[in-house]
Design a protein around this ligand. Structure first.
Ligand SMILES: [Zn+2]
Length: 206
């Protein structure tokens, strides 16, 4: 963990711009480049539909993709450098990852494509996010009224113990990916775990 590059020191001053929507994702071990890219794209589309033109801030961790040297493997580096910075960044206001903290210098674009095209080792694939298979441990996710327990979220995210997505500290709080005020559900898939400090920092203005 000593090799983890923290982005906290680069945090923008609070209150200097409109509150927006925070998007979280942790690239788990079973996700390769294509799966992770498809998932991130789906999260982006969901947020754009729920809250059009609100500033979108993406928080990505890659806990399942550390290599033996304590850095990150090729899939994680490609996701961050090629997909996030090279493709997705125009549609976001800010990107935070263990490797980079980037802010979009221009206005965030809203013309998000319907379908993500990924070129993978010379083969062209078209991924429709509606066909994306995600793990689902709720029996009735669309009708769930109460929030899932912290441990259920940790299990879903593949965490050994519930730690903050950004700084790995404990204890954690449950953070909606798409806020309830913007139509976000209490499905376990709509939650990330954040410490009190980062939850407050990332909270939406809905
Ligand atoms: Zn934290």
């Amino acid at each position: 963990m000593a090799d983890r590059v923290t982005t906290e020191g680069a945090a923008a001053p609070e209150g200097t711009e409109p509150k927006g929507v925070a998007l979280y994702h942790d690239m788990r071990a079973e996700e390769d480049f294509t799966k992770c890219a498809t998932r991130l794209f789906s999260i982006l589309q969901k947020a754009a539909v729920a809250s059009p033109s609100a500033p979108r801030r993406l928080y990505l961790d890659v806990q399942g993709h550390r290599n033996a040297a304590g850095g990150y493997d090729a899939d994680a580096a490609e996701i961050i450098q090629e997909f996030l910075l090279g493709y997705l960044s125009p549609y976001l206001t800010e990107i935070r990852t263990p490797l980079y903290h980037a802010r979009n210098p221009g206005p965030q674009r809203e013309d998000i494509p319907d379908i993500l095209h990924i070129q993978d080792r010379g083969r062209e694939h078209a991924y429709n996010h509606h066909e994306l298979h995600v793990r689902n441990r709720d029996s009735h996710p669309s009708t769930r009224r109460s929030r899932p327990p912290v441990q259920a979220i940790a299990d879903y995210l593949g965490l050994d113990e519930p730690t903050c997505l950004i700084c790995w500290q404990t204890p954690v709080e449950r953070a909606h990916v798409v806020p309830e005020s913007l139509g976000g559900s209490n499905d376990v898939r709509n939650f990330a775990l954040l410490c009190t400090c980062h939850h407050r920092e990332a909270v939406d203005g809905g």
